[in-house]
Ligand binder design. Structure first.
Ligand code: CIR
Length: 253
């Protein structure tokens, strides 16, 4: 059960952040409106939401999910794989220390983006990507194993993050893109496959008993409704232009 969320307000220069997609230039006012609605949604779900101030030096810093890994026992500060994002970690510790006594860090030469992992009970699925290397994943293992967590590493090739393509949606079920259905680490889950023309819908977020899913993906929405009637659609158009989705905008714990 999540009780808190940490988010960071996007700065007016957010469009200078990294992106690999060609969906056009995002609009700041629209972005702030979508971000505001996202926060309101978390509050409506009874989460206590912290809104950190925007960081003009780090246009991607509102993707707070990437700078920490939070589990009930501790919060691990990551070392993002994109050079332009490494300094973001200096600005997340204080907020985490309000809630956590232990906030160890991933150190050089390790890199790890929070978007590359999800946790189901005590199982931690970590994507090895351009952002997350084996050293980063091994450091994570060292921090989490004493608490009984088991780490599974999955090579995700050219995709941005593991959670770009695979997300846990409850009831032992993963929402995932077709290219991950044969992944050994995911064999014990039921699979809900995202249609090839709705790939962005894979980034759907389970918050307590609700699913937050991006707006505009009717086939995925219909499939999700079979398993959960508590679905909230969020317009993520501007965030998608910057390679982000619903999970990236918050740290939940
Ligand atoms: C980046 O390339 O780092 C950002 N523009 C997007 C990060 C998305 N984060 C996430 O999926 N957790």
């Amino acid at each position: 059960m999540f009780h808190y969320a940490i988010t960071r307000r996007p700065h007016t220069n957010f469009a200078e952040g990294l992106t690999t997609v060609d969906l056009g230039k995002p609009d700041y006012n629209k972005m702030i409106e979508q971000y505001g609605y996202y926060i309101q949604t978390l509050r409506n779900l009874n989460l206590n939401v912290v809104v950190l101030p925007s960081l003009p030096d780090y246009p991607d810093s509102y993707f707070v999910e990437d700078v920490a890994v939070v589990v009930p026992e501790l919060a691990i500060i990551t070392r993002p794989g994109a050079k332009s994002r490494i300094g973001e970690v200096d600005h997340i510790g204080e907020a985490l220390r309000q809630h956590y006594k232990k906030t160890p860090e991933i150190k050089h030469p390790g890199t790890l983006d929070g978007g590359d992992l999800f946790v189901v009970d005590k199982n931690v699925y970590v994507g090895l990507s351009k952002r997350t290397n084996i050293n980063g994943a091994e450091q994570l293992r060292k921090y989490l194993e004493p608490f009984g967590y088991v780490i599974f590493m999955i090579d995700i090739g050219i995709r941005l993050h593991l959670k770009t393509s695979v997300n846990y949606i409850g009831q032992n079920r993963l929402l995932l893109t077709e290219d991950f259905v044969d992944e050994k680490a995911f064999k014990s889950f039921d699979h809900l496959i995202v249609d090839s023309n709705e790939l962005a819908a894979a980034n759907t977020l389970l918050i307590n008993d609700h699913l937050l899913t991006p707006k505009g993906y009717p086939k995925t929405l219909a499939k999700l409704k079979h398993f959960n009637s508590n679905i909230i659609e969020l317009d993520m158009s501007e965030i998608e232009k910057m390679d982000g989705g619903v999970s990236c905008l918050s740290l939940r714990f």
